[in-house]
Design a protein around this ligand. Structure first.
Ligand code: NOJ
Length: 568
């Protein structure tokens, strides 16, 4: 495969509302990102993905856009984003934005005009349908709960509009060529301003098949919108057209949020020849703890080997077709340490073992803000503390399923999207150095211990370990193998990950023990590595003073949560 510039990036995801506030309003802003560029540069990341920072009524924290070519005043100005792009560039850091074009806000002028003036061309920018027997046109359930159909305030024709997500997020009508042109134009608008690509939101929902009908699948009498509204035939053609008009024309990167794609179809999405995106997120590796996709009441007691099987399978299957993303968290997930390590979330060896495991598989790695500190979930006992619409919906769904209130809170605590949306802890002062005002969302209680100040420049901190991992991937004799080398899983005990990365220049073995037990692994590839002291272990999560990795012949004895990268 030809090497592509975006394969060697390390991408840091910023949720702007929660990163750094510079004007004391309790809400993060673009100037806060500017202020922290040296921090990110020091960490070693090469690209920043900024979650939506466009004008928005914030029904879904910016994933409801009211103007695709502006900056939300709470976040700053166009001059601020221009300065951010330029200052990042001076540090060799690229900026990508979030493309949210399955839907707009209901406060977007297009939607307002579609309602106020139903004969205007903007009516056809959205999906309107007449009631059927006085009822909504079908029984599909929106992602955030309730029907996908809504009658807008001021609606003159008595028609419903369609929303896959919240009612304040009406879906754009991609069947309309004028909408598709608007999208291409706004993408190119940002490319012309120096943006290097987009993460593309909820893109699998842009095509619907309204001829399909489904039986209700829950006590609300509704059926999942995914059944008739996601990954539908014809969607790829729209995206191929978009790619040609924008990303391909400018050589910019496209990273799709594309859930529910069967592996055998990956060719159409990210295939080397005909894929419409450069990369996509495979959520099978993050939703593995739920039995029913997206439903937080459906946890099961998974084992490390279950996750390992899914993660390896994802690597192998995605690798057959194209290039992967590797990630363990984002703004829709709980904190990685809490989710993957459970009772060991606060054990720094475990946090580093988790980091080693995901960071060195094949693909472009993503680090979500605070992950580099080993941040953990909060413990909130009252639903009124939460901001996220999805959390509130999941809580209500749990009550409908007759889960009692305490249990319902516990369930949402584990998975709430707010877990990753609490303010970034910069230090242990009153508001964690995030704001001089009142933070828009409470801090995670552990901020007095888990914060940047406590870890920056501290040799054995989680932050320092992320720095080392990034430097090893980006700037070492092993970079070529760690970026482009093939991935091959190797046999190991249930709680241990052993895989190799193979390139012409060298072979790398990555080992991580995800248990408190000592584990002995036989790794034939090691041969007789008697000269282990001679620099073959190129990364370890145990300090030198604690002793080197125990290797005898091809047998490795791993201490609790020990992880290492070995260059053969
Ligand atoms: C996926 C985004 O990641 C999520 O935060 C948002 O709520 C939905 N798409 C709707 O835009």
């Amino acid at each position: 495969m030809d090497k592509k510039w975006w394969q060697k990036e390390v991408i840091y995801q910023i949720y702007p509302k929660s990163f750094k506030d510079t004007n004391g309003d309790g809400i993060g802003d673009l100037n806060g990102i500017r202020e922290k560029l040296p921090y990110l540069h020091d960490l070693g990341i090469t690209m920043i993905w900024i979650c939506p920072m466009f004008p928005t009524p914030m029904a879904d924290n910016g994933y409801d856009i009211a103007d695709y070519r502006g900056v939300e005043p709470l976040f700053g100005t166009m001059a601020d984003i221009d300065a951010l792009i330029a200052e990042a560039k001076a540090l060799d850091i690229k900026i990508i934005l979030d493309l949210v074009v399955n839907h707009s806000s209901d406060e977007h002028p297009w939607f307002k005009e579609a309602i106020a003036n139903p004969t205007s061309k903007y009516r056809d920018y959205y999906i309107f349908k007449k009631p059927v027997d006085g009822q909504p046109p079908n029984n599909w359930r929106s992602i955030f709960g309730g029907s996908v159909w809504e009658i807008a305030e001021g609606e003159q024709l008595g028609e419903y509009y369609f929303h896959t997500f919240h009612k304040k997020q009406p879906d754009l009508n991609w069947e309309n060529p004028a909408v598709r042109q608007e999208v291409a134009d706004l993408v190119n608008f940002w490319f012309e301003r120096g943006v290097e690509g987009f993460r593309i939101d909820a893109i699998v929902f842009i095509k619907k098949d309204f001829s399909l009908t489904f039986a209700p699948d829950g006590p609300d009498g509704l059926a999942d919108v995914n059944l008739g509204g996601a990954n539908m035939p014809g969607m790829i053609e729209f995206l191929a057209e978009l790619k040609e008009r924008t990303f391909a024309a400018y050589d910019k990167v496209s990273i799709a949020e594309a859930a529910g794609v069967p592996y055998e179809k990956l060719d159409e999405y990210i295939g080397r020849e005909r894929g419409v995106f450069d990369m996509m997120f495979d959520f099978k590796t993050t939703e593995f703890d739920l039995q029913t996709e997206g439903i937080w009441t459906s946890y099961y007691d998974w084992d490390v080997k279950d996750y390992k099987a899914m993660m390896y399978n994802s690597q192998v299957e995605v690798g057959k077709h194209g290039w992967a993303t590797t990630f363990i968290s984002n703004h829709d997930q709980p904190r990685a340490a809490s989710k993957y390590l459970r009772a060991n979330a606060r054990n720094p060896y475990a946090v580093k073992a988790l980091a080693t495991t995901y960071f060195f598989v094949k693909g472009t790695p993503f680090v979500y803000q605070g992950q580099e500190l080993g941040m953990v979930n909060f413990k909130w006992d009252d639903i009124y503390k939460y901001d996220d619409i999805s959390t509130i919906d999941q809580y209500e769904r749990a009550l409908l399923l007759e889960v009692d209130e305490d249990n319902a809170i516990e369930l949402v605590n584990r998975r709430s999207r707010d877990n990753t949306r609490t303010p970034m802890p910069w230090d242990d002062s009153e508001n964690a150095g995030f704001t001089t005002g009142t933070p828009w969302l409470p801090l995670t209680e552990t901020y007095d211990e888990i914060n940047v100040k406590a870890q920056e420049g501290v040799g054995d901190s989680v932050f320092s370990y992320y720095k080392e991992m990034i430097a090893l991937r980006q700037h070492s004799d092993y970079s070529d193998t760690l970026i482009y080398g093939d991935f091959e899983p190797l046999p190991s005990s249930d709680d241990v990950f052993v895989y190799k990365r193979v390139a012409e220049s060298n072979t790398i073995i990555v080992i991580a023990n995800w248990s408190e037990e000592i584990q002995v692994e036989t790794i034939p590839e090691l041969g007789d590595i008697a000269d282990i002291a001679a620099g073959k272990v190129v990364l370890s999560n145990y300090a030198e003073a604690e002793g080197a990795l125990a290797v005898a012949g091809n047998q490795v004895t791993l201490r609790p949560f020990e992880a290492a990268v070995i260059a053969l």
